[in-house]
Design a protein around this ligand. Sequence first.
Ligand code: ARG
Ligand code: ZN
Length: 899
Amino acid sequence: MRTEQAVTVARGDYLPYPYAIPSIALEFDLDPARTRVLSRLSIERQPGVPADTPLALKGEDLALVSVAVDGSPIAEGGYTISDGVLRLTGLPAACEVEIVSDCRPAENSTLMGLYVSGASLFTQCEAEGFRRITWFADRPDVMSRYRVTLRGTRADYPLLLSNGNLVDAGDLPDGRHQAVWEDPHPKPCYLFALVAGNLTCRELRTRTRSGRDVLLQVYSDPGSESQTEWALASLERSLRWDEDRFGLELDLDRFMVVAARDFNMGAMENKGLNIFNAAYVLADPDTATDANYLAIEAVIGHEYFHNWTGNRVTCRDWFQLSLKEGLTVFRDQEFTADMMARGQDAAAAASARAVKRIDDVATLRAAQFPEDAGPMAHPIRPESYQEIGNFYTATVYEKGAEVIRMQHTLLGEAGFRAGMDEYFRRHDGQAVTCDDFVDAMESVYRDLHPGRDLSVFRRWYQQAGTPRVSVTLDHDAAAQRCTVTLSQRNPAVGVEKQDASAQEKPPLHIPFALGLLDPQGRALPLTLDGKTQETVLLELTTASAQWTFENIPAQPIPSLLRDFSAPVIVDYPWTDAALALLSAHDGNPFARWEAGQELATRQILANAARHQAGEPLAADPTLVDAWRATLRDPKLDAAYRARALMLPSEKTLAERMQPIDPPALAAARDFLRAELGRQLAQDWRAAYQDNQTEGAFSPAPGPAGRRALKNLSLAYLMAGDAAANQALAETQYRGAANMTDRMGALSALVNEGSGDAVGQAIADFHTRWQHDPLVIDKWFALQATARGTDVAAARALMAHPAFTLRNPNRARALVFQFCLNNARGLHAADGAGYDFWAEQVLALDALNPEVAARLARAMDNWARYAPALRTGMQAALGRVRAHAGLSRNVAEIVAKALD
Ligand code: ARG
Ligand code: ZN
């Protein structure tokens, strides 16, 4: 059996690697059944390292053929292999080690290392996949120059790609052909990549701002050439943006993006040869939604930006993952915001930026807050792990981006840019730590704010959990003065709770943006540090602090945590009337959205309690009036209104309920949706008509925003009165000119509709798109999350011939969507949902541990659920844990959940 020993790696255990490996020459004889890999390493013992220190190289699922040192074969006994480590002792201080080994790409269902997808070969090496290709010092602080020779048949592999520049290509005497690639930039092995197969290419040439000509290419399956235009254009925009905003230029002559149909995550920033999940490359109006277009641009940007933040400056060890991921997510968020705001006047640009911020904060609250409150809670720089693949988390990525954003807020745009310049000046070409990054930023912060530093701020890197900030306002009418008190709490979370001495953690440095409104909703000018503004930035660095503002005639209404200036939870005793006022008048569009969300949250939570008590549910007019006012406000653009009128997600709501009762939340949320649909039917119908998009399709923010509002209106109309509005949905389905509208209509029909038309639409959609796997993923996902889909229906979908667990996108579309986004189905009273989850985790684990471990996390927060659900969830976790042969990935997740 495979159950692996749980070995915990600790951040404090870091030791430098005793050898340098300045260069590596790899030769591949590509064959899906058995690929032979020859690796020639130049080895140099580091100064001061004892001569008897073994050279330890990691390997996994490899068959060793031979080992030689300086051309002389080493017999068995001259080296040892145990626990996946090949050890060579007695090496000269400098030598060449040659290792020949075989791997089996066609049998590799883990999609880590070298694997087959379609008829092509791909690699994924981050974090620890290179050891599945050849024995190596598989850690990010060992950096080498790569020369890669790829050999294969022209029939199967007309295209042979690796990192860097193509330096030689041609036919071989045995009928095969070869390509030789050299990457001039030393890199860690996690950035190695190869692609071999028959792929089509779209390309363009452009010039960097210093005047170098570069070739940008996007490769994909033959037949998908019409779907790569947006990705290539996004790549060019990314290149321009990094030049303009950060002064960072492409350092290669050629930059390639390749789409793979089978891929564990989103994409991978391999030097000069990014490999992408096809879902983040391929788009055309008929097959991709506006959300897909936006995600493609963001992920193309993300991977491109890694070329500097990740590749030129990389991580010393995997505990520093957020050094590159948090920073690069921040960069891709800013890229998207700049793309959404460009060419607009100040007010429209502010609204566009708020839309992006709203989307990012909604993601953080739905995915990261629960993680930070559960058994997998970890600081953005984790202290320990068993399997690093389990730490590509919302905390490292999304909260990590928030921690970078706070530094941007504290330093300002120019200061942050100066800090980035300093970071590259100090560390270009190095493998460094999160502390090195903060050091560079701090050097600028100290200049801007003499006497202050980022020492308290650094605690964001070592403390898990979402801080709570409570706010009190004291208004002195006689003195026309208002005193604001902020107090923070940082209670222990996750494993920290086991340490009795650490129940309350020290305060953090929290940038808190605040505005005050008068009772009519007008902004009050606030004076802080001699400057008068509508928004002030309060820097809370202690448990509690106070700020006093003058010339405040009446009790003001506070607009708190504007733009979500820190990843915290705010506690303030709002009245519904104050929230309604903010939702109508707050000059900060993010905070204005927030007020409406808070108002809705309160009503949904109150109705969930009524539902549990068997009492009738009720919609308070304050909310209905606020929604009507937003819907009718002519000054708000459609994209913004679509966000403001959406109810908070069930996941976000769950974080506000103790204990969590998802079916009650779903009932309460659905009730409010239906009430809003019914009571505002006239307005929804008007919004539906006013936001039609005509003419050629464009995924630009304007038309995409109108489609979002139109389809939201349809959803509300159907929720309010399905019978009266089904014809509208059917007509939209049939006449749709793009995938956003088609999916919007299909979703309304599947979730709210009735009669034959629903089944007909589902069948029609399948018939139309059965040849496009990405569209069929949408078809599965929509059904997996539909209101009526229970476990039996999910199993029936799995029996469809197009379903397979082996393709991660397909598994995610159906199994993950059901387990993560269908609360009613998963939490069915008979426990069938939990059985289904356990069964699928085990089935996936036998194929792909990294993907299985993500599904395993669906039960993370079982202990916070209502008693009737909790026991079933715990039992299902117990059954998975007891299974013999669990991967290290899944074993870590379920053990932490149950401890
Ligand atoms: N560095 C990639 C990114 O851009 C993520 C790759 C992680 N892959 C994996 N199999 N764990 O975010
Ligand atoms: Zn990344």
